[in-house]
Design a protein around this ligand. Structure first.
Ligand SMILES: [Zn+2]
Ligand SMILES: [Zn+2]
Ligand SMILES: [Zn+2]
Length: 151
């Protein structure tokens, strides 16, 4: 068992179960957010859909993962920065959703600017998703153009 993941579950007073550890290791191993259908496919038949749904819900409540909606409105999940706690997320970074590969990136180093609310409005969370072409896809497009020019 991975010590980092068991410690993380302990810190949040969660029982160390195999499905929870699998979800953590999948989410940690990727540099983009993962949707529930993707997780289902990666985790295999050992974990049923309801269990997976509950795990994601618990992790989100505990401040272990945060949810990002993609272009199609599908929920994607990414591991939180360590400063998140139960019912208190501090994921104030910009997300990037690629319109070609649909991957969602956490741009941890890009902070969402403070947005001044009109009087009487109290903001708890601000979502900032930028849509466009990711690095991987723009490099692919460049290679394609180059190989066409060679001919
Ligand atoms: Zn968070
Ligand atoms: Zn892309
Ligand atoms: Zn994020």
């Amino acid at each position: 068992m991975n010590k980092e993941f068991t410690n993380l579950l302990e810190k949040h007073q969660l029982r160390k179960t195999a499905p929870r550890l699998s979800v953590l290791s999948i989410l940690k191993s990727r540099n983009t957010a993962t949707s529930q259908p993707e997780l289902e496919a990666m985790i295999g038949k050992d974990v049923d859909r309801v269990t997976l749904y509950r795990i994601l819900k618990t992790f989100e409540e505990k401040g272990i993962i945060h949810k990002i909606l993609d272009l199609n409105g599908t929920a994607n999940y990414a591991i939180c920065h360590s400063s998140c706690n139960e019912h208190d997320h501090n994921d104030n970074h910009v997300h990037f959703n690629c319109t070609i590969c649909l991957d969602i990136y956490c741009l941890e180093n890009i902070q969402i600017p403070d947005i001044k609310m009109p009087s009487g409005f109290v903001s708890h969370t601000t979502n900032f998703v930028s849509y466009g072409i990711c690095k991987k896809c723009s490099e692919k497009a460049k290679q394609y153009t180059n190989s066409n020019e060679d001919q």
